[in-house]
Design a protein around this ligand. Structure first.
Ligand code: AHR
Length: 627
């Protein structure tokens, strides 16, 4: 029974279910049902509600992109803000036998387990609003902590040093996007006591709820607030109406979403009803593009696509709308001409790095990109000089793997002034002005650290487990992130103790030397070694053997990277667990560089998908590992 015939029967079943679903939830299907012979894939789209302009825009963008692909059918459901209904919708879509689920959610705590179950059976794209954990194929959306943080900075700029009192209007509770936004907003504001949050209201993303609640709060208040931050523009409009109704003046309103429609954020800024909004792309187009790549089993599918938000206020809205107009047409007819990419590699410190450099060189050849690759031998000053050289050479795009997180403002400002976009490869940096870099392509190092610790706490039952940590380069993103993630899980498991953390640099040699020091100091008291990368772990294994103990049994060893070297150590039992850090970033860097030169907007972050390997799993995979 082939897919077309399945679809025939499903269609029959579907009409039955559609009737039922119509009774209980809203549903719709695109594409002419009679066209069944062209259907390759059936995708289910589950929306939490279509009451919000932003969710409606998301569906429109999904449909516009679907319309370009005759061979897919999409079934849309709308849970009308009922979590129970959304859980039922997802279940029903599963029964239809969909090939892939695209789901946007309100209530992350109740939906996360449902989505994890679905992910065990079919690919799942989480769109626009996140779930906790990593049990899905791909997340496409914004970084909501970043939006909250940026809104707080805008509020502080608008209020000035004198500070002021602020009302925050949240969307809903127990929704990750509302919590993250609020966390980013409040944590940033709390750094300065001059800014006080007087009230936090919850208005279900709805204009009228926001208006009613704010009226209630303000009509009995002697001193009205100086600023209102609403988590979306609909509630910001509600705030504006409340203030109008109460005859209050000079209260600044900040919204979010920036939908370019009637009563959308851009119109409210133009009408000076609100001062600022943040463009929050829905990701609808990208979701369909990636859904097809996933269904066609394309090799490299990232784990997270974080879309960039743009702050729009009365000072830049005109420019933004003009640029948007130009951008829509700018790359039409632009021939795919060869581009020059300047890549400042951090060093040659590890197996990962060698594979990373090779991936970049090969991908450049493949993509016809002229690559200028220079190596900084793990010297930040040298890396800065290399970037300056690329600016002088007027390359089209600069990419680099930053040795450490700090000290890049100056040279990146020079690149920005020269109009050269910068891609961060593999490692992030810490700069106040995130417009100094265009996109980050790499790993979630904090999650890597969590994965290492989760294995250990699940594996090791005995009391008082003593750990030696071999850290990577100080102040580098991987070392900072892997330490933070590991300690986060350990904090919940008090019988696991880090005896000492040794400062390393991701090399085999230093890994061995540090382990020798640790053995001299702690000897047999050491139960576990947590090495921030394979090379240091392999060095530690040699030191343990020379000390006369059995690596892998007397002392358990966990590493990060999961290169072939680690697979060999896993399959000989000398290493116990390895967390992957994917070095094959070349193809994505070239795609992003080309898109940039074509004037296309590229994601702010592309987080790679990564796995973990036990000794058994490494045994099965070792032949396939080519780095
Ligand atoms: O930035 C990634 C890290 O850098 C790798 O884990 C390590 O091997 C390399 O030195």
């Amino acid at each position: 029974m082939n897919k077309k015939m399945i679809f025939g029967t499903v269609l029959l079943g579907t009409s039955m279910c559609l009737f039922l679903l119509y009774m209980f939830g809203q549903t719709e299907m695109n594409g002419s049902a009679s066209n069944q012979q062209e259907v390759d894939y059936v995708i289910g789209v589950s929306q939490p509600n279509l009451l919000e302009p932003w969710q409606v825009l998301m569906n429109e963008e999904l449909k516009n992109e679907v319309a370009k692909h005759e061979n897919i059918r999409v079934i849309y459901t709308d849970a009308a803000q009922s979590t129970e209904q959304q859980i039922r919708d997802i279940q029903t879509l599963k029964e239809y036998g969909i090939d892939l689920l695209i789901v946007s959610i309100d209530n992350s705590s109740d939906l996360t387990p449902v989505i994890s179950d679905m992910y065990k059976e079919i690919p799942v794209i989480v769109l626009g609003r996140g779930v906790t954990g990593y049990n899905y194929t791909l997340y496409i959306g914004s970084d909501y902590y970043f939006i909250g943080e940026t809104a707080a900075k805008a509020a502080m700029n608008l209020l000035g040093n004198k500070g002021g009192s602020i009302v925050e209007i949240q969307g809903i509770t127990n929704a990750l996007q509302a919590e993250e936004r609020s966390k980013g907003f409040q944590e940033t504001l709390h750094k300065n006591p001059a800014y006080k949050i007087s009230d936090v209201l919850v208005a279900n993303w709805q204009r009228d709820d926001a208006e009613d609640q704010l009226k209630q709060v303000l009509q009995h208040r002697d001193n009205p607030p100086d600023l209102i931050y609403a988590h979306n523009d609909a509630m910001a409009l509600g705030a504006y109406r409340a203030i109008q109704a109460l005859g209050l003046k000079d209260i600044i309103i900040i919204g979010s979403d920036g939908v370019n429609k009637h009563n959308g954020g851009l119109q409210l800024v133009q009408e000076k009803k609100i001062y600022t909004t943040f463009i929050t792309p829905t990701g609808g187009k990208e979701a369909i593009q990636y859904a097809i790549e996933i269904l066609e089993k394309k090799e490299v599918i990232p784990k997270k696509i974080i879309l960039r938000n743009h702050e729009i206020n009365e000072t830049n809205i005109k420019n933004y709308l003009k640029e948007k107009e130009v951008a829509v047409h700018s790359h039409e007819g632009v021939k795919d001409h060869s581009i020059t990419l300047g890549f400042a590699q951090v060093g040659n410190e590890s197996e990962f790095r060698a594979a990373n450099t090779q991936s970049i060189v090969e991908a450049a050849k493949e993509a016809g990109v002229e690559l200028l690759l220079k190596n900084a031998d793990n010297d930040q000053e040298k890396q800065i000089e290399i970037i300056r050289e690329f600016i002088k050479q007027k390359v089209d795009v600069i990419a680099f793997s930053p040795k450490v997180e700090h000290g890049w403002e100056e040279v990146l400002r020079e690149a920005k002034e020269a109009g050269i976009p910068v891609i961060l490869s593999d490692r992030e940096i810490n700069v106040k002005d995130s417009s100094l870099w265009t996109s980050f392509i790499g790993s979630d190092f904090v999650e890597e650290g969590r994965r290492a610790a989760r294995w250990l706490v699940n594996e090791e039952a005995s009391e008082g487990v003593h750990i030696i940590e071999l850290e990577g380069t100080r102040n580098s993103a991987p070392a900072e992130g892997r330490k933070q993630g590991f300690e986060e899980i350990l904090a919940e498991n008090p019988n696991f103790k880090i005896l000492e953390s040794y400062q390393g640099d991701f090399t085999h040699e230093i890994g061995k030397k540090m382990m020798k020091n640790a053995l001299d100091q702690y000897g047999k008291d050491i139960d576990v070694v947590y090495a921030h990368n394979d090379d240091m772990a392999i060095g530690a294994i040699e030191a343990i053997e020379e000390f006369g103990l059995q690596p892998g049994s007397d002392i358990r060893i966990i590493s990060i990277d999961a290169t072939k070297k680690a697979f060999r150590a896993l399959s000989t039992g000398k290493l116990n667990f390895s967390v992957e850090c994917n070095p094959l970033l070349g193809p994505q860097i070239m795609k992003s560089a080309k898109d940039l030169v074509l004037g296309k907007e590229i994601p702010m972050k592309i987080i790679t998908a990564e796995r973990t390997f036990t000794q058994e799993e490494a045994g099965k995979e070792i032949k396939k590992r080519n780095y």
